[in-house]
Design a protein around this ligand. Structure first.
Ligand SMILES: [Fe+2]
Length: 283
């Protein structure tokens, strides 16, 4: 039985945000990200598309309700639970509608609810992505006032693989990237003066595909808020958009595949965040 999330190939299956206007939020993703809106109730709407899923539940704008990391085998789910228990982390019920009844949830060091489980079969009414619009939900990044606490929870306790760090000149970490599979990062965190979500990302693979999403956003009157650019850590191409609640969406391409390299340290400077141009430094 593996307790190594790298071996499990766990991946970001879905994100759920609170919103004062959940229908408006889900509709935005539907129009711009080629997803279908599903009304669950007056207070819950889902946007589902090929390999991407976002839940919008009535609540406070920009607050993460939960995120779901799908594991590929039940052994890994069980091992993750045992590993969390061995570190004294409370095991909670999973609220995820996409995971089976053996799933569980943990609250991380900042109180974010992260679900681990096996995805139910056929949770999405699959339809082939339109040409170029293939972009799975790929990573989630937090803003945190406690970056050492983030590293302790995800890397030291849960066993996520530390991919890269961005360091201030005095060695104090500014950003930590962790992964649960072959992709450069699954969950990352920026040092910040606030606590919450920084952004979540969809991996479109290529610049050609990113361009098609940009055309779609533009046709709906939504303009790029940052980019296009290329990150240093992860080497990925990126554009950023704001959704109507102010959540930051990244559409990424060419994200680095890692498997056996050492952790890399990057300096906290604009060129680390954007090799091509202006950066948005969080600390
Ligand atoms: Fe990102």
């Amino acid at each position: 039985m593996s307790s190594n999330p790298m071996q499990s190939g766990a991946f970001l299956h879905h994100v759920a945000f609170e919103s004062a206007q959940p229908e408006r939020l889900a509709t935005f993703y539907s129009k711009n990200m080629d997803m279908d809106v599903i009304r669950i109730s007056d207070t819950e709407f889902r946007a589902e598309g090929p390999m991407r899923r976002l839940v919008a539940v009535k609540g406070t704008d920009k607050k993460l309700a939960y995120a779901g990391l799908a594991c590929r085998t039940q052994d890994v789910v069980d091992a993750m639970r045992a590993r969390a228990l061995s570190h004294g982390i409370d095991i909670l019920d999973s609220p995820s509608p996409y995971f089976d009844d053996k799933a569980f949830a943990l609250r991380d060091n900042d109180g974010h609810l992260i679900c681990f489980g096996m995805a139910k079969a056929q949770t999405v009414s699959y339809r082939a992505a339109r040409p170029g619009l293939h972009a799975p939900t790929q990573h989630l990044t937090f803003a945190t006032q406690d970056l050492p606490g983030f590293k302790d929870f995800y890397v030291d306790k849960l066993g996520f693989f530390l991919a890269d760090r961005v360091l201030h000149p005095d060695g104090d970490p500014a950003t930590i990237f962790t992964t649960t599979n072959h992709e450069h990062h699954t969950i990352a965190a920026f040092k910040s003066d606030r606590t919450g979500v920084d952004h979540h990302s969809y991996e479109a693979g290529t610049f050609e595909n990113i361009k098609l999403f940009c055309d779609r956003f533009a046709a709906n009157g939504n303009l790029v808020s940052w980019g296009p650019g290329r990150h240093g850590p992860g080497n990925n191409l990126f554009v950023f958009y704001d959704d109507p609640d102010g959540n930051w969406i990244e559409i990424s391409g060419e994200l680095e595949t890692i498997y056996d390299r050492e952790v890399m340290d990057w300096p906290q400077e604009p060129r680390s965040l954007n090799k091509w141009g202006k950066a948005i430094l969080r600390s």
